[in-house]
Design a protein around this ligand. Sequence first.
Ligand code: AMP
Length: 247
Amino acid sequence: MIPVPTLHITLLVTHLARQEQVDLAAAALAQAEPSLAELLGGAELALPFSGVAHFRNDVVFVALAPGPHRKALHSLAELLCGRLEERGLLEGDARGFEPHLTIMKLSRAPKLRSQGIKRVDPSLYSNYTSRFFGEQTVERLDLCSMLKKKQQDGYYHTETSLQLDLTQHPLHRKRSSGHRRSEPDEAELLRISKRLVEDAVSRAVQQYKQETLQNGGGPNAGQPPGNADGDAAMKTTDANAATDSGK
Ligand code: AMP
């Protein structure tokens, strides 16, 4: 239900009614940088995600695993709350910070709600309640608008961002693996694209098989996907080959 580009951890929610307040909040975020770096002590903040839980059965989320990172994330959220509060920019419901990665939200499914569905049935995710989902390093803090139109990349409208560049901190410690996570190199990109293509082909074949079965093995049963156009495609290819060899 939640589009992947919008996945996020909310540190705090406030109401900034005027652009002037947005600008002040953006400045507060920028000014918090040295304190944030100090708080993290030059170490990356890696968040391991494990298990699935819910709020009132209408919001389902992947939970943050227990461990010292929770305290660090809490301190980070507290620091930001404090900076906004002292500028009179913290307004709204002061719910306790409960880090979560929302993956399902009934408010995003008006069709289901209009059918009278008011809760997400826990049996839908019972196989995942102790699943380890992976680890994500905190790299950026964003000041986002919940109401403005989403960006082209699908993420929330972002007023400003603070990149956590810990390499600039004197206490910067390298990860136990010995190096910071860097941009993927060309070979890795190639591996990823190859896997994406393989996945897409495998999904298309699966879908074709399923449709063939559903259609009771229709007129094209047994032929690979797209075969109805296969002849034309072969001719085009042959014609191109002939043209090429004639050049
Ligand atoms: P978020 O993933 O932060 O956008 O939150 C998704 C929804 O979860 C919000 O719209 C809130 O309704 C709900 N929510 C967030 N935090 C809490 C909380 N601590 N307790 C109960 N509901 C929450």
